[in-house]
Design a protein around this ligand. Sequence first.
Ligand code: TPP
Ligand code: MG
Length: 357
Amino acid sequence: MVVAAKKPAVAKAATPKAPMKAAAKSPARRSEKTGAVAEFSKEEELEAYRRMLEIRRFEEKAGQLYGMGLIGGFCHLYIGQEAVVVGMQAALREGDQVITGYRDHGHMLATGMDPKGVMAELTGRRGGYSKGKGGSMHMFSTDKGFYGGHGIVGAQVSLGTGLAFANRYRDNGNVSLTYFGDGAANQGQVYESFNMAELWKLPVVFIIENNKYAMGTAVNRASAQTDFSKRGASFNIPGEQVDGMDVRAVKAAGARAVEFARSGKGPYILEMLTYRYRGHSMSDPAKYRSKEEVQKMRTEHDPIEQVRARLLEKKWATEDELKAIDAEIRDRMNAAADFASADPEPDVSELYTDVLR
Ligand SMILES: Cc1ncc(C[n+]2csc(CCOP(=O)(O)OP(=O)(O)O)c2C)c(N)n1
Ligand SMILES: [Mg+2]
């Protein structure tokens, strides 16, 4: 309706200011995944270490609270994939937006949302981001630019494209980061969104978190084209595969993609090659993959261990300094868990507030 009422703005959206075809000529361009990645400075390494560890410790704590019966409903942990959101967030500026699916706690913390508010929402308490009425998949913070947390597979892709359309319409220069999984990449609305995003040159970066499985189904059993960076080829959307376990590679690719979208050239696809260590959700025994496969990823590709090893090797931090960072983060996550266990549940009078009837 807004589209029909404000034709000039739509015409503007369809006629972007910046020349657009140059970079879009080679869709599905392979990334420099196998080449050297730009080194981080000491400050960047330490920042990445802290940010990723925060997510890891938060998720471990959430897993514990779930085991204690304090978290109801579904709970999808992000452990193993931390480098993706931490690297991408480093490419953003204030006003940019993030939207994702149900595996969303890492994205929330990366945008700067308060672990206490997120944890209290998981336990259904008043101090939670949705006042305890939403849970793991229903949290938002427009202040931090976080738009959920969506339980319907692929739903966030059209919503994220809509956020980008609004940015274009308002000409505010903001970019929408729209995250989804390898399984979601086979959903029909993804391609309707791709078409519109390219047609109108919308400022959106589509980030496909390829963690090799959709619930218990391996990528090669569900996808005819397993190189997801090529999924935009028929729409002329460029794409790259990125080592999603290396925060430096993610940050570099993120900066390129966000700059591309922000400058009016249209959407960009980043396929993040990543891995989740835990089951699909807390109730998944993960029998569809071997323990050795998981162990190999943990020991050889862990995103946090990679940063830790570089920090020690370059003598940018000592074991004791890294232990102190870990202890401080553990304390904060324990405090979040204590708050989320002690805070009262919402009052019965809250039952119908903020709810569409
Ligand atoms: C429309 C729809 N179909 C099916 C489901 C059930 N479902 C929940 S998660 C999921 C797998 C999605 O996998 P992927 O996109 O790879 O994300 P990941 O869990 O690996 O992060 C499915 C099929 C759903 N929630 N919504
Ligand atoms: Mg997946």
